[in-house]
Structure formats: structure tokens, C-alpha cells
Design a protein around this ligand. Structure first.
Ligand code: AKG
Length: 295
């Protein structure tokens, strides 16, 4: 299906309070889990209905760590997936929709960088496996090859939640405008990118990409990073940010552990698209982006 006008806005809440938890991530998995639980509760206590965690919040961001900290989600009930179980419990206890950042997932002999989405009753509503792996080489500055340990997911993820219709991408996924465009086409109101940019690409690209995906598609974008840990081998950029559909910054922060909040008014998605009907003005006679995963 060629991507044209966005589908109608889904029935759902008009306004949602979102919280992005910029967690301090260490090598101690139980303490990372405890910190995530506490942050989710605190965010809910402060009135958030939608809570977001960062990429790889249960382990150091390194290829050495991913296999060690990985969890098999099929072992949820037998206690083999403590991070994911904690997310489900914390979402239910707090009564929030939870975009559970990402953790390394073990499935079918492979590892994935996976985000789980939970409803306010703790039910798993969706799961996104990072589609675009972070393989870059900027000599002397930043070299990382996720594909040494991880496999890519094979599809986009759109989840209808009590906090709106959400699209999920993980970190490097934000660099691919086609994925965001596909989400807009499917009526997504907010794209959430748990991410962990670094001190090389972060200062130049992190905010720029969030604004670009928002303004291209006239929707909300939230990027949630771990805090910078001076002891870690990978220095996360931090700067978790919420951007509105006119590319306006609604909330942001530095690299310290914190939780930031923003009120999303989904009516603005409709308003911006009415003011500036980009989707209707596309020249399908000149170019098109094709959704190869549409049902
Ligand atoms: O795209 C970048 O510069 C950083 C991406 C990244 O850190 C990731 O995908 O985990």
C-alpha cells in the first residue's frame, strides 16, 4: 500500500499526561529493576497516565552485557524474565499505560532489543523488536555494532492503548523517516522512541531527529534515554524529550537521572494537519513510500 493521507484519528483520550523516566542504569540488574519500579510509581503518583522507560534500562549498553542480561519472555510465569515481570506488575500497581523501554530478549536462539507495552491492568499490549540495528563507525569517536549480538525485528509496532494510538521505535529506528511515516499513516498520535544516543551523535542529532519526525508527520514524539552514568563504558546522551506536532519542545532535561512530564493534547494533531494538510498535498504522481507490512 502506498502511503498517502493519514487514517482518521482513533477514538481515545483527548489529553494524556506522559512521564519519561530517565533512569540511572548500572550493572546491577536487581537494582535497575527496583529503580524502574520506583520511577513508575512516582510518575503515576504525580498524575502520569502514560509512563516511558529508556532503551536497555536493565543492563549496561554493551554487546558483552546483552547476552548476559537477556530474558526469555516465555519464561515470564516461571520467573525467568524478572525485568518484564516487574514492568507488568508496576504498570498494574500504578494503573498506567507503560512503554517499558527496552531490554535484551532471548527467543528462538536469537537476541533482540525489545520494548514491551503494558496496559494499566498489567496486560502485554504489544512488543517492538528494534528494526534498525545500531551499526556505525565514526573512527576515533563512536563505533558500535549491535549486529554482533542482536538480530533485527521484522515489523513496525502500533499499539492501541488507553493513552492513545502509539507507534514504537527504538533509538536508531528514529533515523528512518519511512517508519515514522508509516506510523502516521496508521493513525498513530504519538511515536515513542526509547533510546540511548551518545555524546558524539547526541548533541547534533537527538533533538533534531525527534523534531524532524514530529514535524514531518504532524504528531507527538517522545524520546526517553538512560541518564549518563560516568562509570559506564557507553556514555548516554540523556536529554529525554517530548516534542509536539509543530516541533515544539514540551519537556526536556539534561543528562542527570530525572523524570519529565508533559501534557499531550491530541487535538493538536488534528489542528496542525488541518492548518497544513501535508498528507493530502503529497505528490503521489512524483514519489511514494510503500508500506509492505500492511494487513
Ligand atoms: O543513532 C545514533 O546516533 C545512536 C543510536 C543508538 O545509540 C542506538 O540505536 O542504540
Amino acid at each position: 500500500m502506498a502511503l498517502g493521507a493519514a487514517s482518521a484519528a482513533p477514538a481515545g483520550p483527548e489529553k494524556v499526561k506522559i512521564a519519561l523516566c530517565q533512569l540511572h542504569v548500572t550493572a546491577d540488574k536487581p537494582s535497575n529493576i527496583a529503580a524502574a519500579r520506583a520511577a513508575i510509581k512516582d510518575a503515576a503518583d504525580a498524575g502520569a497516565a502514560l509512563v516511558v522507560l529508556p532503551e536497555m534500562w536493565n543492563c549496561p549498553y554493551s554487546n558483552d552485557s546483552f547476552p548476559t542480561y537477556a530474558e526469555d519472555f516465555d519464561e515470564l510465569k516461571s520467573g525467568g524474565a524478572p525485568s518484564v515481570a516487574a514492568l507488568s506488575e508496576a504498570a498494574a500497581a500504578a494503573g498506567v499505560t507503560l512503554i517499558g523501554g527496552s531490554v535484551p530478549e532471548r527467543a528462538g536462539g536469537k537476541l533482540y532489543n525489545t520494548c514491551c507495552v503494558f496496559g494499566p491492568d498489567g496486560a502485554l499490549l504489544g512488543r517492538h523488536r528494534k528494526v534498525h540495528l545500531f551499526d556505525i563507525d565514526i573512527p576515533g569517536k563512536m563505533t558500535f555494532k549491535e549486529s554482533l549480538t542482536l538480530s533485527p525485528g521484522d515489523g513496525p509496532t502500533v499499539v492501541d492503548t488507553p493513552a492513545g494510538r502509539l507507534g514504537v521505535g527504538i533509538c536508531y529506528d528514529i533515523r528512518f523517516p519511512e517508519l515514522a511515516m508509516l506510523y502516521a499513516r496508521r493513525g498513530v498520535q504519538l511515536i515513542v522512541y526509547p533510546g540511548a544516543f551518545n555524546t558524539v551523535t547526541g548533541p547534533v542529532h537527538w533533538e533534531l531527529l525527534a523534531k524532524a519526525r514530529a514535524v514531518d508527520n504532524q504528531l507527538f514524539v517522545a524520546t526517553c534515554s538512560p541518564a549518563r552514568n560516568p562509570d559506564a563504558s557507553y556514555q548516554a546522551w540523556g536529554h529525554s524529550t517530548v516534542v509536539g506536532p509543530f516541533a515544539e519542545i514540551l519537556a526536556t532535561c539534561d543528562h542527570e537521572p530525572t523524570t519529565i512530564f508533559a501534557e499531550l493534547d491530541y487535538g493538536q494533531v488534528v489542528e496542525r494537519r488541518t492548518n497544513m494538510p501535508l498528507a493530502q498535498q503529497r505528490r503521489a504522481d512524483l514519489y511514494e513510500v510503500v508500506d509492505k507490512t500492511a494487513a
